[in-house]
Design a protein around this ligand. Structure first.
Ligand SMILES: CCCCCCCCCC(=O)SCCNC(=O)CCNC(=O)[C@H](O)C(C)(C)COP(=O)(O)OP(=O)(O)OC[C@H]1O[C@@H](n2cnc3c(N)ncnc32)[C@H](O)[C@@H]1OP(=O)(O)O
Length: 240
């Protein structure tokens, strides 16, 4: 059965807001899947369109893919288990087997890639190296509800953390969030598409200061503003 936010919402008229409350019709999936295998695990890139993506999300994705053609923007791959090199680096320096055993580690999933298609965090990220900007195109699915018909603030915070964190990660390698401030200005209707913008403002030693905002796809609504402080981890310090 096709799982997407579009079908259930059609029967929930009350959820339809003035702009984007209900998902537009389904789109055809792209035939090409970017994937590769390492040992026994198949790594599939989750940032490519799937049938749950709304027309708005597809349109924005295609616009950003066009911007990638001259090399100014790059589409960042998203794997269920995070990017391999960073996982290896983190494991090498910071993973403590006392707390998370190896057999448990094989079952972990990146939080934002852990829902069934269309029900959670459908997103794609793009990066502009000259501007030090990361943009996340995000469609929050039905299982991310907070107040009826709207996204949960924690789900919004998760994607803001991930997007600002990605900017910091690209600038500083292995980082963790030390501080995240969010002003929620307008609620985000479930299944609508928003654009999360983020940029590195300042790097001071191990501290990376990042700011960002969340806008509707048509840029008419400012949903949230955020600042974050990310700290480059010190390999000589234990995390636990
Ligand atoms: C799609 C995939 C995208 C992936 C992107 C990743 C996004 C997700 C990232 C996360 O959500 S991480 C999970 C949430 N974060 C944590 O669990 C981190 C918990 N905190 C810690 O482990 C430590 O506090 C931390 C590693 C962040 C810092 O500890 P350290 O011992 O390395 O730093 P230290 O205390 O020496 O401070 C270094 C500098 O940062 C400053 N600092 C640290 N924490 C601060 C804070 N909270 N506010 C302000 N300043 C802070 C501190 O004052 C100091 O400034 P100075 O160099 O000027 O002296």
């Amino acid at each position: 059965m096709l799982r997407s936010c579009a079908a259930p919402l059609r029967s929930l008229g009350a959820l339809r807001g003035p702009r984007g409350g209900a998902c537009p019709p389904l789109c055809e999936p792209r035939p090409a899947l970017r994937s590769f295998s390492s040992e026994k695990v198949i790594y599939k890139d989750f940032s490519i369109p799937n049938p749950s993506w709304s027309k708005d999300l597809r349109l924005l994705f295609d616009q950003f893919m066009k911007k990638c053609e001259d090399g100014s923007w790059k589409c960042l791959p998203l794997y269920k288990h995070g990017s391999l090199q960073r996982i290896q680096d983190f494991k090498t320096f910071f993973h403590d087997p006392k707390f998370t055993k190896e057999d448990v580690m094989t079952q972990t999933r990146l939080f934002t890639s852990s829902f069934e298609e269309g029900l959670g965090f459908e997103h794609a990220m793009f990066y502009n190296d000259v501007e030090k900007r990361t943009v996340c195109l995000f469609q929050g699915g039905l299982y991310l509800e907070g107040m009826p018909g709207f996204l949960h603030g924690g789900a919004i915070a998760t994607m803001i953390d991930s997007t600002l964190g990605m900017s910091a990660l690209i600038a500083g390698g292995i980082v963790m969030t030390a501080n995240l401030n969010i002003n929620f200005k307008r609620p985000i209707p479930l299944c609508s598409v928003v654009v999360i913008n983020s940029q590195v403002d300042k790097v001071e030693g191990r501290k990376i200061f990042v700011s960002g905002n969340v806008q509707s796809a048509d840029e008419k609504t400012l949903h949230s503003e955020a600042t974050g402080l990310f700290i480059q981890l010190d390999p000589d310090k234990s995390l636990t």
